[in-house]
Design a protein around this ligand. Sequence first.
Ligand SMILES: [Zn+2]
Ligand SMILES: [Zn+2]
Length: 334
Amino acid sequence: MRALLVQSANDWVIADAPKPVAHEDEVVISVVASGICGTDLHTLSGSNTAVIFPIIPGHEFGGIVVSIGSGATTFAVGDRVVVNPSRTCENCKFCISEKSNLCRTKGGYGTKYPGGFSNFVAIQEKSCVLVPSSMSWKTALLAEPLACVLTGMVKLTDVKGKRVLVIGGGPIGSLFAYVLMKFTSDVTVIEPVKERRNLISRLGIRSVLDPKDLLANDKWDIVIDATGSAAVMQDSVKFVENGGIFLIMGVAQPDDQILISPQMLNRWEISIMGSFSINNTFAEAVQLLSTTDDDLEILVTDIYKLESFEEALQAMKRKSAMKILVTCSEEIIL
Ligand SMILES: [Zn+2]
Ligand SMILES: [Zn+2]
């Protein structure tokens, strides 16, 4: 089979790799497609600290079950599934208290275990979720980023009627804004790229602005960073209303820092929090997607073949692209 093999930082190739077999509790899936995410760029450049090289990356993927381990009972050959890439120890204080995203030995498909940029991959059956027959693959493949958003939503216990500002209109920012609209109509997304703004408007987000059109003294009850840029985060804290929340969704570089005035926390009671990866929200994400009539499909702007991974990477650098999918099966046309 063919796969994206990353040997070490900035050293990757599309090459032949051994086809996996399903161990007892696993299924092998023929990967239909994998989404590219900012984290994959960190993996390729060597700045994703969760990665153990060599690795086949890809953590936003799904496919068709083609073989089943001797002890696996949940799925049948031919089932369409998407994969929750997180794997945790299930024993530590975090795992047993529903904070498994904080597990110290957390690994995942595409970081510690072979991931989705591959024709086939073996997955624990408990990591797979069935895709409803009515759901398109483009929709289903948004399950992973949507599950991350739903994990972030848990931090925002009281959204109803609040003013919310989402900074960065990439896939995470767009999905977050889409979910927030179910709780409050006062959602604004700021995004510098015009093509992205047009797309986000089509999701029914009322206010989608160029950052330069935001008034410097405007205040928001909840401000969400979905850029991963420390410089943007530093500049955005000023938008948080007294008593409000600043939620960091974007993944910054390990050495990045921002300066915070302690007065902001005690005099003005602003809470700064973050959310990482997925915590028991993957099945919920698939369930939510099943109610969207494939409305979110428009977030998939580009599709490339695995053999053209370099072109997919170039598209990622062109900021007008939103979610880019890489197809890994010849049979399924998305
Ligand atoms: Zn991702
Ligand atoms: Zn654990």
